[in-house]
Ligand binder design. Sequence first.
Ligand code: SF4
Ligand code: SF4
Length: 208
Amino acid sequence: MLITKLKEKEKIVSVLNSRNVFIFKCFGCKEVYLPEEEIDLLLTELKCMDRTVGVDYLCREEFVERYLERYKERLEKVGKVVVFSCGVGVQVVAKLIPDIPVIPGCDTHYINGFQGLKAQDVDCQQCGECWLNLTGGICPITSCSKSLLNGPCGGANKDGKCEVSKNMDCGWVLIYKRLKLLNEDEILKRHPVNIRNYKLIITGNKKE
Ligand code: SF4
Ligand code: SF4
């Protein structure tokens, strides 16, 4: 089981206030608690409901492909997409619309319990502070062998493979390429060094 929390207001309000944004809100599922009421309150307060669609299972690529097809015309006109879901849902949307910046509206936290079997290509390690807005929608925690927030390390090969395994793409090369496609690679220079806050992981009854 995992839990999602709405991102701190000041981190998402400026994006949501833009008329040029489209919003997907997942209805959540048994494995993921989503603060739906809180999300709706914020979207209502910011008068964003006309730009929001609620959908089921944003973690399922085959569903998301259909949602994107259905809202194709609206998506062609927007500059950004905000996704309220767990980290998997945000990554699936970002993977399918790689040329539109996708911003997470929630942070995903770990809590104890069975996590279920995952059939997705992407994963979220519930780090408690979603970085996908800075990494082109590719998770640095799960796509990098060392879960670096400031990659790439010195070991990335010229062919874009990770030094840990030549069968694995370097996550940070993928992030750089995605940001380049989005014309947002300046983020890597502009943003200060990211430091992971391990206290944000809710440990439940696990010994720290
Ligand atoms: S950065 Fe990765 S691990 Fe952290 S919440 Fe986002 S998707 Fe999950
Ligand atoms: S080569 Fe890339 S994926 Fe591998 S550890 Fe270094 S930064 Fe991470």
